[in-house]
Ligand binder design. Structure first.
Ligand SMILES: *Cc1c(COP(=O)(O)O)cnc(C)c1O
Length: 360
């Protein structure tokens, strides 16, 4: 018998979310960001619906190679670019576009042995101070790239640190337009938050990640309010039930005490499945379609839920950890993190299935 913990991936939801990107940024092309195995959803399962994207963007070269072998013939963008010279050779062979964010990567391009030409995304550090050329180095990098035989075209690129905050992209946008003024080439700036809130940042290529998966890029706006549909449904079942008397404790460390008689259910899902261990008592969860709360500490293979709102629950009853009824963002907020981290953390042992309604 397989364990009950499983995720179901909804391709109709993914198609819907991609349509949302199109509606919000109608004149831009879209790189669907699929790093980290499509934010933990499983890239392979999503491919049929990703056909509607203009390209795929990720950071893992082995996955890019796999995509080509699997027949993906549209553009692929490597968001962190080459990590070593061999990556440039591989990119040339596979027809991958490379982000260039530091001088060494230009050296590698100038030493490219093959006669192939690569699309380049030249990254400006517009304030995040993670990757990218500083404003005063950017034009020189652009000039240098332009002289290279191996460079087919240069897209001007940056990544926002704060597009999810009110006014948070203003400074970065100003820096970007100032630095790139008069430089020819397409432009790519917008992540999910900027696609939704910063139309002035859309330009030629947008780069949606989290919104494709139906979670919110904003701390204080729900995915539903943005008309996004959850792609991942994380479910399991009750495998036990306990009747507690007032004063009884639950789980390791006796982190929860019943203050009155109560029924609790034991769910076959724990931190070894990807449910966050630091989710405290009170985290939202649904049993038999009814929202309730977790109680006590999450253990490796199990967690406990309050059955008071669901007296009909029995061993075998269905549980939703997150998905349609309990947005992943709500569980994340309760656990002090973001939806991105939770979907990325789904463990290999969790069963995966794909739902498609047959639409194209
Ligand atoms: C991950 C990533 C994105 C997507 O960000 P979301 O917030 O998930 O939309 C876009 N651009 C770059 C460079 C990234 O690394």
């Amino acid at each position: 018998m397989p364990r009950a913990a499983r995720i179901t991936i909804s391709l109709p939801a993914l198609r819907h979310n991609l349509q949302r990107v199109r509606a919000l940024a109608p004149t831009a092309r879209a790189w669907a960001v699929v790093k980290a195995d499509a934010y933990g959803h499983g890239l392979e399962a999503l491919l049929p619906a990703l056909d509607a994207a203009d390209g795929l963007a990720l950071v893992e070269f082995d996955r890019a190679q796999w995509l080509r072998e699997r027949g993906w013939s549209k553009p692929i963008l490597m968001l962190e670019g080459a990590f070593e010279p061999a990556d440039v050779e591989l990119a040339a062979r596979l027809g991958l576009s490379l982000t260039v964010h530091e001088p060494r990567q230009i050296d590698w391009l100038s030493g490219l042995a093959s006669s192939s030409r690569l699309g380049i995304h030249l990254k400006l550090n517009s304030g995040m101070n993670r990757l990218g050329f500083a404003a005063f180095d950017y034009r020189a990098a652009w000039e240098r790239l332009r002289t290279l035989q191996s460079v087919a075209g240069i897209t001007l690129m940056t990544h926002f640190a704060n597009a999810d905050l009110a006014g948070g992209a203003t400074q970065a946008l100003a820096t970007f337009s100032h630095v790139t003024q008069g430089l020819e080439g397409e432009r790519s700036l917008a992540n999910s938050a900027a696609i939704i809130d910063w139309p002035g940042a859309h330009h030629d290529w947008v780069r949606p990640g989290i919104m494709l998966y139906g979670a919110s890029p904003f701390g204080s706006r729900s995915a539903a309010s943005l008309d996004l549909m959850p792609v991942m449904q994380f479910e399991s079942r009750l495998i036990g039930r306990q009747q507690l008397a007032a004063g009884d404790a639950v789980g390791y460390g006796s982190a929860f005490f019943a203050d009155r008689p109560m029924s609790i259910g034991i769910v076959a899902c724990g931190y070894a499945d990807g449910y966050p261990r630091h989710a405290p008592t009170g985290s939202p969860i649904a049993v038999c379609g009814v929202r309730t709360r977790t109680v006590g500490r999450v253990s490796m293979d199990m967690l406990a839920v309050d059955l008071e709102p669901v007296p009909q629950a029995v061993v075998g009853s269905p549980v939703e950890l997150w998905g349609e009824q309990v947005p992943v963002d709500e569980v994340a907020a309760s656990a002090g993190t973001i939806g991105y981290e939770l979907t990325c953390a789904i463990a290999p042992r969790v069963l995966r299935q794909v739902f498609d309604d047959g639409a194209r």
